[in-house]
Design a binder for this molecule. Structure first.
Ligand SMILES: [Zn+2]
Length: 220
């Protein structure tokens, strides 16, 4: 647990416990502090107040590795400006409210909330095993002028979304073929719109699957 000390309203100073200071690579405690830097992270609110952490991050010289590195933080990804607990909170909020409401409640920007939710959903879909998927539908969905098209691939037996790709056509299905192969999925039929640009890539990647050109019939 890091050491926390409130400094003024909405701000908490945070430094690593001496026991947490170790080389991020070899985990050795034979390290010498070699300067530091301050970083700020938004974290979960206390009541309605937004809270930011001012974090003292030591730079360490590891005697074992002979290299200088920044200490690891277990409560936040150093490349992000919010803590893991706030990220988890945002993911839960997005299940029950709009992105704009979640942004207002947490003090994060709309774009940050959107990015957190998007990467959560992406990981969720990518970790779904496709071994038992046999019938899929590929559809392009128009989201408006700004965001244009996305491509959604659905398991027709369970209704579960198994892939979401940016844009439409062949490129939007990148990643799907590898996952199907890795899971040894036996795809028997693929439903897609005849006018869409998916037919040729489906025939190339899944030569044994039937191509169904109106999946509404298949669903019924
Ligand atoms: Zn080391």
């Amino acid at each position: 647990m890091p050491i926390l000390m409130p400094i003024c309203e909405g701000w908490v100073r945070c430094s690593l416990h001496p026991g947490e200071i170790l080389c991020p690579v070899c985990k050795s405690r034979h390290v010498i502090q070699y300067g530091h830097k301050w970083r700020t992270f938004k974290t979960t609110s206390v009541g309605r107040k937004h809270v930011e952490l001012a974090v003292h991050i030591p730079r360490l010289f590891c005697r074992n590795c002979g290299a200088i590195r920044q200490a690891n933080l277990d409560f936040a990804d150093p490349k992000k400006h919010y803590t893991r607990s706030l990220e988890r909170f945002v993911i839960d909020l997005c299940r029950v409210m709009t992105i704009a409401d979640a942004a207002q409640l947490t003090g994060l920007s709309w774009d940050t909330v959107k990015d957190i939710d998007k990467s959560y959903l992406k990981n969720k879909y990518q970790s779904v095993s496709l071994a038992s998927v046999h019938y899929i539908a590929i559809d392009e969905v128009y989201l408006g002028r700004k965001r244009k098209f996305i491509t959604i691939v659905m398991d027709l037996e369970t209704g579960q979304v198994i892939h979401v790709g940016k844009g439409k056509g062949k490129d939007a299905l990148k990643g799907l073929w590898k996952r199907l192969k890795r899971c040894k999925a036996n795809i028997r039929a693929v439903a897609t719109d005849m006018a869409s640009g998916y037919m040729s890539v489906v025939m190339e990647k899944l030569p044994c699957a039937d191509l169904v050109l109106d999946h509404f019939h298949l669903v019924k």
